[in-house]
Write a protein that binds this ligand. Structure first.
Ligand SMILES: Cc1cc2nc3c(=O)[nH]c(=O)nc-3n(C[C@H](O)[C@H](O)[C@H](O)COP(=O)(O)OP(=O)(O)OC[C@H]3O[C@@H](n4cnc5c(N)ncnc54)[C@H](O)[C@@H]3O)c2cc1C
Ligand code: SF4
Ligand code: SF4
Ligand code: SF4
Length: 627
């Protein structure tokens, strides 16, 4: 009998899509879905709440390298998605994943992950920024031998030479790089692609190459006299290398992104009395995180909006910057409203230095010379696998995306490591396996009440900052991190969202295998609700697919009341006859019913929402805060 054909697969796929169309639940916690690295946030926070920071770090490193550094500088995309934002305040996730690294840093024998036996394969990575470091970390763990080539004296990329030490202290970054070094990754510093080696050399010597050269080409002001301006990243690089460039007492920084804010705050720390930032749009359009803007203002940086430079000239020992006022017009390709010059609005400002911080781009000429295709942003590589048009050569991070975020570079490094591993093993290169996932998206008021039924209001911890006098005169780290007590409290605020069976849901496995689209037939879905009356089992009717498995198991076990299918139409689901409590319907057969249930409809109270599957170290303690 034929059980597998194109038609059969298509009909199975459609059946799965219909089953998923009204499923009420989140496979993956909403915070995890927002982190570009897909960090198992509920999983690592659970370990922290259980008083197990080292295990927490192991869970983190499964998908996120440099968690201590990212805990300091990531714009925390995850926290905006945290379910608690709907109740009180989102969890301090970044601070929580910084914590176990800070603890390790104080130990005499810090944690180093285990490594698979050497495969004998060798990989060259160009660029020791977060993308290159992350790729080398995961490749090395998989047993491949990595060498990172970098033009600078020290590894870290923009984390070392761009982001100032008051946001990311060098010791914290170096500690995480040391972990990568201890895994056996070899660093070949002061070695520049295009000068000291060419791609052909690496392709001959290594089995695969990952290009992660970042976006280091500073954009000029594009106005008359712009050669008189300093570049923001050059200024930050000089300071990162221990130099103290003289800027004078009146500095104007042009730009509204991370580099602009960091350059302005650096100028303050170098002793400049008056630092102004000119941005050509308004505060709402600034690409920088608002808390960075507020921190700059707190330190004395003033920001002028809707201004653009049109001319820079010398005036004795000063500079004279001519600016034009702007107004916002129609949205441009970035979706932000385009700044349009206001005629006859020019005016002049005197200053001692002008810093251009209006963006960085990728040096693509090297790639072009090697016949690697490029895009409008940088080097072109496949979205899913990061392979370039040259087999065995991969590219990722800012080098592909253009100037972006460290977390996306780290995530790209892991994707590259997965693809390169597949390539080296002669498997199809498909990148990271993506599991099908359902999201609840908007929740009704009734569902909201159900989700927060047993959750008490509590606020997120206050930041522990150094005193303001030290801020202005030193590059000491501003945010000292969470205390032990704050971590313990904050970790317990996590509601361990996501499905308790995310790691072993049969319907999800099939949906992945058949590439089912959960939203193909999306319409009205069932309401999310939970029956928590049973001592061992949690029942979510919105996830029941009426397979009858639990009904048959209860009957075979001779349960008194047992369970049956109840209701009509959309509302049909498993239930206990005569509206009895679940604890009476499922007594001796409860655990077997949970095991047989193909979805997260029946799950153990102690089940974890994470994707760790059969994690041996799961303490299995019940989390009172769980919904
Ligand atoms: C001032 C500033 C502030 C920022 N603040 C934040 C922030 O707060 N949060 C955030 O998430 N992101 C921030 N970013 C962005 C973040 O730093 C980058 O997105 C991230 O570092 C990109 O990682 P990458 O590995 O792709 O590239 P990079 O970090 O740029 O690393 C590239 C590496 O390649 C090397 N390289 C370049 N060319 C060659 C060559 N020809 N041969 C050999 N080696 C070469 C470089 O020396 C460098 O080490 C900031 C960036 C800047 C500039
Ligand atoms: S890396 Fe950023 S987005 Fe990911 S969990 Fe950490 S703070 Fe959130
Ligand atoms: S409460 Fe915890 S699991 Fe739920 S969204 Fe927030 S951080 Fe994620
Ligand atoms: S086992 Fe029971 S609860 Fe689970 S899907 Fe089937 S009928 Fe529903």
């Amino acid at each position: 009998m034929t059980t597998d054909s194109a038609d059969i697969r298509a009909s199975r796929k459609m059946a799965l899509e219909l089953l998923l169309s009204d499923h009420a639940g989140d496979c993956v916690a909403p915070c995890q879905a927002r982190c570009p690295a897909g960090l198992d946030i509920a999983g690592f926070v659970y370990e922290l709440a259980s008083g197990n920071p080292r295990r927490s770090l192991e869970v983190i490193l499964d998908s996120l390298v440099l968690p201590g550094s990212l805990g300091r500088i990531c714009p925390r995309l995850c926290e905006q998605g945290c379910r608690r934002c709907d109740l009180d305040e989102g969890l301090a996730i970044a601070g929580l994943h910084r914590y176990p690294v800070d603890l390790e840093q104080k130990k005499s024998e810090p944690f180093v992950p285990g490594r698979a036996a050497s495969t004998g394969k060798r990989v060259a990575v160009i660029g020791a920024g977060p993308a290159g470091l992350a790729a080398a970390f995961y490749l090395q763990i998989k047993g491949h031998d990595c060498t990172i080539y970098d033009a600078q004296d020290e590894p870290g990329g923009m984390l070392r030479y761009g982001i100032p030490a008051y946001r990311l202290p060098r010791e914290a970054l170096e500690f995480e790089i040391e972990m990568i070094e201890k895994l056996g990754v070899h660093f070949q510093m002061n070695t520049r692609w295009g000068e000291d080696f060419c791609l052909e050399d690496l392709r001959e010597e290594y089995d695969s190459v990952f290009i992660a050269i970042g976006a280091w080409k500073s954009q000029r002001l594009r106005c008359e006299g712009d050669e008189l301006a300093l570049s923001g990243i050059d200024l930050l690089e000089q300071v990162a290398k221990g130099e103290k460039p003289y800027l004078g007492d009146k500095v104007i920084v042009v730009g509204g992104g991370n580099t602009a804010m960091d350059a302005a705050r650096t100028a303050i720390r170098l002793g400049t009395r008056r630092v102004r930032t000119f941005y050509r749009r308004t505060r709402q359009e600034m690409p920088c995180l608002m808390e960075e803007v507020e921190a700059a203002e707190l330190e004395g940086v003033s920001i002028d909006y809707l201004l653009a430079p049109v001319k820079l000239q010398r005036d004795g020992d000063q500079l004279l910057l001519t600016c034009q006022r702007m107004e916002l017009g129609e949205p441009d390709s970035s979706g932000r409203r385009r700044p349009v010059p206001i005629p006859d609005s020019d005016f002049q400002v005197e200053c001692t230095a002008v810093v251009a911080a209006i963006g960085q781009s990728v040096e693509v000429s090297l790639a072009r010379e090697q016949n690697i295709e490029v895009s409008a942003w940088g080097i072109a590589s496949d979205l899913k696998t990061l392979e370039t048009n040259i087999p065995g050569v991969f590219a990722g991070g800012d080098a592909v995306l253009g100037a972006d975020l460290a977390i996306r570079a780290v995530a790209a490094g892991r994707v590259a490591a997965t693809s390169i591993d597949q390539f080296l093993k002669g498997k199809p290169v498909v990148g990271l396996e993506e599991q099908a996932a359902v999201e609840m998206r908007a929740v009704s008021e009734r569902e909201r009440a159900e989700i927060f039924r047993r959750i008490e209001l509590s606020s997120r911890p206050q930041l522990n900052l150094i005193e303001s006098s030290r801020r202005l005169t030193s590059f000491d780290e501003i945010d000292l991190g969470l205390t032990d007590a704050q971590v313990s409290h904050e970790a317990r605020r996590c509601m361990t969202c996501g499905c308790r069976k995310a790691g072993n849901c049969i319907m999800r496995q099939y949906a992945t295998e058949y590439q089912a689209d959960p939203y193909r037939f999306a319409g009205e879905r069932r309401q999310f609700s939970q029956d928590t009356s049973h001592p061992e089992v949690i029942y979510e009717p919105g996830k029941c697919i009426m397979c009858d498995a639990c009904v048959r198991i209860a009957a075979a076990a001779g349960e008194g009341l047992g369970v049956t299918t109840i209701g009509r139409g959309f509302q049909v689901a498993m239930g206990v006859p005569f509206d009895g409590p679940l604890a009476e319907g499922l007594t001796k057969a409860a655990l077997r019913a949970v095991e047989a249930c193909p979805t997260g409809a029946l799950a153990l109270r102690t089940g974890r929402s994470c994707d760790l599957g059969e994690c041996a170290s799961c303490p299995g303690a019940s989390n009172e805060a769980s919904t």
